[in-house]
Design a protein around this ligand. Structure first.
Ligand SMILES: Cc1ncc(COP(=O)(O)O)c(C=O)c1O
Length: 373
């Protein structure tokens, strides 16, 4: 019914015969038992099997955070002289890692707009080893056309195709079915789902995930068994939670779009979203994140945020409780205002991660708070 938490670092052997048997089997592949939790733990293993089934993947690797999944995966496949192509609205720390860490090891990155397949092709070099995209993106919910991306890339490169699909979850989108090689999620968001856990996962074919696992064994970014248990518990309700996030997200987006105090709404479930048709083709739901610009200035937008009563004010998304935040003031506060504007991070932009509360309660709350704009 429930799975035990194997709260152990080490798995002991009966005698030396068992040690020798284990070592021989390990050389030829699966040793059939656990050795040391940095190389795997039974609680973690159950979570990986569930996630792999959900995503249609052969295998996976679990991490203590989404960032750890991203950095370990990139390090598993890249060496000095290699090149990475990254979508331009990728998660900020992913971009930081490529621009400021990989570059120190002689690995170059190129940023390209998600919705321009020709730019993806132009960015390719003979030494391009990874094409890393994100869909939907933060905060504008851009959608990568996965079918087009895969078919175009397969014609021009042997690079590994990797997606950060955190905003979609395997309930709303299954990138492996489109031919993507590796799918990454921050488990901190919808997979965990309760704003109480950090986690990450990479899923794909066993040969690739094995390489990531070996890198994890060296770098040592492992999820602890308690975290794995919490994630497992979150997964039990993933489908119903995501269903409710989808319904709430759509209703809130439609309400905001019709509101005179709202200038623009970014939500892939709206017909006005530039990637709505692509989203409809490749996703079965559009999630709970709704970004929008108020019809006011910075002060009015701050007043609005301070007036909402249901969403908590803070970063993150995908939890049962709604969260609201102001990207320009929080995550991107270190950029100049010109840089922020060039990224579309205007002072009236708000990101709302709609939870699973009653949609009418959320809408009434937003309506009363918009009076402050
Ligand atoms: C799309 C996306 N990818 C990766 C991450 C990083 O995940 P974590 O915070 O679990 O390290 C985040 C965090 O917000 C995210 O939004």
């Amino acid at each position: 019914m429930t799975n035990p938490i194997y709260q152990t670092s080490t798995f002991v052997y009966r005698d030396m015969e068992e040690v020798v048997d284990f070592a021989e089997k390990k050389l030829t592949g699966d040793p059939g038992r656990f050795e040391y939790s940095r190389y795997g733990n039974p609680t973690e293993r159950v979570v990986i099997r569930k996630l792999a089934e959900l995503e249609g993947a052969e295998d996976g690797v679990l991490f203590p955070s989404g960032m750890c999944a991203i950095t370990t995966t990139l390090l598993a496949f890249l060496k000095a002289g290699d090149h990475v192509v990254v979508s331009d609205e990728a998660y900020r720390k992913t971009r930081d890692f490529c621009a400021n860490v990989l570059s120190r090891f002689g690995i170059d990155s190129t940023w390209i707009p998600v919705d321009d397949p020709d730019a993806w092709v132009r960015a390719l070099r003979p030494e391009t080893k990874i094409v890393l995209c994100e869909s939907p993106t933060n905060p504008h919910l851009h959608i990568v056309d996965l079918e087009k991306l895969v078919s175009t890339m397969r014609q021009h490169t042997k690079a590994l195709l990797v997606i950060d699909a955190t905003f979609a979850t395997p309930i709303n989108q299954r990138p492996i079915e489109f031919g993507i090689d590796l799918v990454i999620h921050s488990g901190t968001k919808y997979l965990g789902g309760h704003n109480d856990l950090l986690g990450g996962v990479v899923l794909g074919c066993g040969d690739w995930t094995q390489r990531v696992k070996e890198m994890q064994g060296t770098l040592g970014g492992n999820m602890d068994p308690q975290g794995a248990y919490l994630l497992l518990r979150g997964l039990k309700t993933l489908a119903v939670r995501v269903q409710k996030h989808n319904e709430n997200g759509q209703q809130v987006a439609e309400f905001l779009e019709s509101h005179p105090k709202v200038k623009k709404v970014y939500y892939p479930g709206l017909r006005s979203h530039p990637h709505h048709e692509v989203a409809k083709r490749q996703m079965s739901g559009f999630g709970g994140v709704v970004s929008f610009e108020t019809a006011g200035d910075k002060a009015a937008t701050f007043r609005f945020i301070d007036s909402v009563r249901i969403p908590y004010l803070g970063p993150s998304l995908g939890g049962v409780e709604s969260l609201i935040y102001h990207p320009a003031a929080l995550t991107f506060a270190d950029l100049s205002s010109d840089e922020r504007v060039s990224l579309g991070l205007t002072d009236n932009l708000v990101r709302l991660a709609v939870g699973i509360e009653d949609s009418q309660d959320i809408i009434r709350d937003l309506d009363q708070a918009l009076a402050a704009v």
